[in-house]
Design a protein around this ligand. Sequence first.
Ligand code: 5AD
Ligand code: SF4
Length: 426
Amino acid sequence: MNEHDSEKISWVLEGMNYESTDISEEADLIIFNTCAVRKTAEEKVYGQIGELKRLKRENSNLVIAICGCMMQREEVLEIVTTKHRHVDIIFGTNNIHKLPQLINNYEKTGKTVIDIVEENREIDENIEANRKYSFKSYVNIMYGCNNFCTYCIVPYTRGRERSREPENILEEIKKLAETGCKEITLLGQNVNSYGKTLERDYSFADLIKDIDKIDGIERIRFMTSHPKDISDELINLYANMDKLCDHLHLPVQSGSNRMLKLMNRKYTKEDYLKIIDKVKSINPNISITTDIIIGFPGETEEDFNETLELVKEVGFDSAYTFLYSIREGTPAASMEEQVDNKVKNERFQRLMDVLHPFGLEFNEKLLNKTVKVLVEEVSKNNEKILSGRTDSGKLVHFEADESLIGELVDVKINSVKTFTLEGVLV
Ligand code: 5AD
Ligand code: SF4
């Protein structure tokens, strides 16, 4: 979500004739687009803004801005405005379109400009994005979240759930397809509840079916989905819709029903397993990935072992694993029995040991098979090697000419590791 917001910011700035640079010393404007999901990310931001003090001293024309989820938190705003006074512009998650005005205001007055929208966040349909790749793109389908998982800051920073009108989404995707985009990733905090705020009866599955009809789009991905809202209608699409990628990212968070209840996730381990069974019976080749939180308040050895058992039962192809991070203002922050960091780290290692063999097992099934790869870029370490992704999202390296970037090609896999595959072009 943040990456795509940054692409939008970049588009707005190009409209003001800014050009991008990788060299901070050359920059007239530096913007930090921040994430508030975990504390460590926030701490990194403070460290990095601190380092910019020197640049600001050397170049008095340099403008420093911070935006994104962190800025929606009062506590952060207080810290930035008192301890990091060299920050010139502060804006939130929903006012990217106002950036030209904010920069102008700052340049006119020389005073810190703060613009955070708290309520009535309307969807702005006029912003485009300066996309990193022409052949694959993110597309927002909804914003915000109504779920209030007890550990999560997102509903407070991104506001209530609201869906974009299907016509606007389909129009955006058609335009992308016309300019050579082959793969789209539909973005939302909980895409399965897409459509609930629309005035008509139109679901996430309906949206996918309409996108399937767009010529030129060859792959449809989405993230992220919530198990409580996943519909049979959506699961059934995996049976015979070629464009829908063989990948489902379905965050489980924990394998303990006690933890799931405390997290306010509104499903049980058994509900989750039922969904996975259905999906796998419809599409046995599907890659199933997840998010897991380790050390939620009160998590005992027994609870954690239930997570390990669930991981084994599902056989997740990979997982994003997070050490629970206290987010002030969320219900879990004030729960007693916070888990010790040492325990969290030790559990993390045990989880990795259980998880990794499944990734390798999934990849081994691809050995000597020919897979379709969307070619993305030249490998960072070797200019003769290209990298791209399979339908299931696996990274593949193979030797070929860079003219193939952006194309869907066939690659025969001849070597596999836990996280990557190698092969030859066929
Ligand atoms: N601590 C750790 N992980 C978190 N996530 C969200 N909030 C927290 C938190 N406070 C994780 C969840 C979610 C992912 C995007 O981030 O697993 O699915
Ligand atoms: Fe956070 Fe839960 Fe909403 Fe995901 S569904 S953004 S974890 S509150």
